[in-house]
Unconditional design. Structure first.
Lengths: 330, 501
């Protein structure tokens, strides 16, 4: 008799579990909540406003760039060059500032550079017929290489308050970087849902040929989505340089990898056509939280990559398995 | 004194919704060229699949050299000596000829691949087949289609195949390559190989065949030896002659105004000097055999394919259409015959698919309005009787007929003036077929024009006001749908025979 009740209980629990796991975003929220609670109970430092601020500020650069990357990836186009773009654009801004150019102009130059570097990706993909992966791997290397040549190992600094205010201001007590991050998230979610141009990303990612046949201008989408990703990368680089007060050749290293992992964990498939922007946000947050946890729990930071890699494989595997079951059940 | 290479008895094969082969039985003699003819859907491909081990018969027996066999896989069939060269070649395009010929068995020396031996052996294999002009180190991809085919055939010979099945081998070959193929076939015959040859080209059949088998609607019509008295007319008469099933109001919606005028359109080798016109309210059918250029014609009109010559006029105005975006702007819609790969978005739901070609229409204050998208989808689901669990059901989970209706809805939502549609009822069950035909007639009744490619002659004859027949990229006839429009006439024109008028 007791066994029956236990089995019945097990059934409802596993049913609820299954329902939650079926929505990627929901399961991520559950996982995040779990980690937050675990951290709150095991450390005294997690739930402090100081740590939260550090956490949010630390993820702001990654998160801002992850949004346009997600939109591109939903359309089936990956962008690996963002970290290098960030570095090179911020180097250009740094050099401009040091050359005496007023802050507002230097920022504009930086944004324009970022947009141009992004658009170059689009040109390589559209006009040379190179796949996005190869194209952006190429620019990933090239842009960082140019940054090295241009900065040559120095760390640029001495930027002046008219520039650093961009990264250090606070709006109603909230650091500006966090405000920018939320603004970009909101704008991103809005445009992919409510503008037909960006909403087409789902169609382009689902089936490029069908999208072409339906009269969707894929070339235009490629140009614009890569241009925006480049501009946002530059913006993030500018904000970072402003906050730190310096610009170095190491800015943005590994950023593209972290973001791709975050996007995949968040449910955006490499093939395109599926995933939600909120999932990307949750995925990137999760990866940052894990980093934060490793620090707070005094774990060996070398484990970060092991854990990141394992979570990536797990997340994608769970997704693939649930897809296989859906097809079989039909 | 002839041995029987293959004997089929009582072969029946069913697929969901259709009986592909019904009680088919005949014999193929050893060492002969046995041609298999029949219209699209007659059952030829299914028969090949059974012989090649890709499928197994539901009823009946297959005997290979007097021994009953049942191949569970193509490998088993190959081991028993039966091989197929398909229309869509299945070789390793990135690798060289030698690898393709010896993929199963690389010569080894001391546990390691012996490359010199490989190339030597390949050279011998190629020379044995008379293929002296093919170099063993050439990469397959760089060879022409015809040469790739030769290599595949040589591979079968190398594997000691006793029965070689060729499925429409010459549909994509140049004349020179065709001659080489015939030489190779003659050589194989000399070596005692039995050849089963499927072809739509009746001239070819008369030239090559020792024996001819005709299939029709999955049934065996006749098997007879070819001699001087065999004519194309005979073959055509065996291939057709069934009851027409559909019966719609043809010629009742046609208006006088010319909607589309095509002048001398050519596109490379696929289309040559195509000229015709489409009137408002008309359903114009395009008939022809596989490879005749029908799909290429639709693709060129839609800008999916480049026209190398000729002009198109829409309502008297000349237009240039170089891509689907321009085509859409000019009011054209194109429903391909490969709805899953080229047309639908399988991973997306019904309402997203229906709205895909007309995104500009679902806006509220400049922003995407999901209400309007859902309302539009609901309208079409009801109007076309699309069976789906909800508007949010993924299109990949719908049946073929319903998928076709979704694709139709996608383009009707774009309010086109001209609908180009390729095989409108392929893979669609009988009930949905009739519905789709009624829908097309309804579209024509609104004053639009429909250009319909179809391989199903009953469909062409029932649903179209006029019919264009194509053969090898040219138009061989434009016929009105009246009492003189017979299936025989269509098949003759489709086989390249021009009419003595």
């Amino acid at each position: 008799m007791v066994e029956k009740t236990v089995t019945q209980q097990k059934n409802t629990v596993s049913n609820v579990f299954r329902k939650i796991l079926q929505t990627r975003e929901l399961s991520l929220v559950v996982l995040l909540a779990f980690i937050v609670i675990a951290l709150m109970s095991s450390t005294s430092t997690f739930a402090t406003s100081g740590n939260i601020r550090v956490l949010l500020q630390g993820m702001s650069v990654d998160m801002m760039i992850a949004i346009p990357m997600a939109i591109s990836l939903i359309a089936g186009n990956i962008d690996f060059s963002v970290g290098s773009n960030l570095c090179l654009s911020s180097a250009i801004v740094g050099l401009s500032l040091n050359a005496g150019i007023p802050a507002w102009l230097a920022i504009l130059i930086g944004l324009a550079s970022g947009a141009a570097f992004g658009t170059l990706n689009g040109v390589i993909i559209n006009k040379l017929g190179v796949t996005p992966l190869v194209a952006t791997l190429g620019t990933w290397m090239a842009y960082r290489g140019i940054a090295l040549v241009v900065i040559g190992g120095q760390t640029l600094g001495n930027f002046g308050e008219s520039f650093t205010i961009v990264g250090r201001a606070t709006w109603l007590g909230v650091p500006s970087t966090i405000v920018y991050m939320f603004a970009i998230i909101m704008v991103g979610i809005f445009i992919i849902k409510y503008t037909s141009f960006f909403h087409n990303a789902y169609l382009i990612g689902s089936n490029k040929l069908s999208a072409k046949l339906a009269g969707i201008n894929i070339e235009k989408f490629v140009y614009i989505s890569y241009m925006i990703t480049g501009a946002v990368a530059a913006f993030a680089g500018i904000v970072l340089a402003a906050r730190l007060g310096s610009s170095s050749q190491n800015a943005g290293t590994q950023l593209e990898f972290r973001n791709v992992v975050g996007l995949l964990v968040g449910g955006i498939s490499m093939d395109g056509g599926e995933g939600k922007l909120i999932g990307a946000v949750l995925g990137v947050t999760l990866m940052q939280l894990i980093n934060n946890a490793i620090v707070l729990l005094y774990l060996n930071p070398s484990y970060t990559q092991v854990i990141t890699g394992s979570i990536l494989v797990l997340a994608v595997a769970i997704d693939q398995l649930s897809k296989r079951r859906k097809v079989a059940a039909k | 004194m002839m041995n029987t290479a293959i004997r089929l008895t009582g072969i029946t094969k069913r697929f969901p919704g259709v009986v592909a082969l019904k009680n088919v039985g005949f014999e193929i003699h050893s060492g002969e060229v046995h041609c298999l003819v029949g219209e699209n859907g007659a059952g030829k491909s299914t028969l090949i699949k059974l012989l090649a081990g890709v499928e197994q018969p539901d009823e009946g027996t297959i005997e290979l050299f007097e021994k009953q066999v049942c191949f569970r896989s193509p490998e088993e069939a190959l081991r028993a000596g039966v091989g197929v060269v398909y229309q869509e070649l299945s070789n390793f395009v990135h690798l060289d000829v030698a690898t393709n010929l010896n993929a199963n068995e690389f010569p080894q020396k001391g546990g390691v691949i012996d490359y010199r031996g490989l190339y030597r052996r390949t050279r011998e294999q190629l020379d044995d087949c008379g293929l002296k002009y093919i170099h063993e180190k050439s990469i397959m991809r760089e060879l022409s289609l015809g040469t790739q085919q030769m290599v595949e055939i040589a591979s079968l010979i190398g594997q000691k195949a006793r029965v070689v099945i060729l499925d429409e081998p010459t549909s994509a070959l140049t004349e020179v390559e065709v001659e080489k193929l015939y030489e190779l076939i003659a050589r194989m015959k000399q070596q005692g190989v039995t050849i089963i040859y499927i072809s739509h080209r009746l001239d070819e059949v008369l030239h090559l065949a020792d024996t001819i088998t005709v299939l029709k609607d999955g049934e065996h019509v006749i098997t007879f030896p070819r001699d001087e008295t065999t004519t194309k007319q005979m073959l055509v008469r065996f291939m057709v002659g069934r009851d027409v099933e559909f019966d719609y109001r043809t010629s009742q919606t046609v208006q006088k105004d010319v909607l589309l005028a095509v002048d001398d359109i050519s596109s490379g080798e696929a289309l040559k000097n195509i000229s015709f016109s489409l009137q408002k309210g008309e359903i114009l059918g395009i008939a022809g055999l596989e490879g005749s250029g029908r799909t290429e014609l639709l693709e060129t009109l839609f800008g999916w394919r480049i026209a190398t010559a000729g002009t198109i006029r829409l309502e008297e105005k000349p237009v240039r259409i170089h891509n689907p975006i321009q085509a859409k702007k000019h009011g054209l819609a194109y429903i391909t015959k490969d709805r899953k790969m080229l047309g639908l978005f399988l991973k997306q739901d019904v309402k997203t698919n229906v709205a895909a070609a007309s995104e500009q229409s679902y806006k509220s204050a400049g922003l995407v309005s999901y209400q309007k998208i859902a309302a539009n989808a609901k309208h079409y689901v009801e109007a076309m009787r699309i069976k789906c669990a909800s508007l949010s059901q993924l299109v990949m989970n719908l049946s073929g007929g319903n998928q076709q209706k979704v694709l139709l809805s996608m383009w009707l939502s774009a309010d086109p003036k001209i609908l180009l549609i390729d095989e409108p009822t392929r893979g669609v069950d009988v009930g949905a077929k009739a519905e789709i035909h009624a829908l097309l007639r309804g579209i024509a009744a609104e004053g639009k024009g429909v250009l319909m490619v179809s391989s199903e002659l009953p469909e062409i004859m029932a649903a179209c006001d006029r019919v264009i027949v194509m053969f090898e990229g040219r138009i061989t006839g434009i016929l009105d749908n009246n009492k003189q429009l017979t299936e025989e006439r269509l098949v003759s024109l489709a086989s390249g025979m021009t009419e003595a008028c």
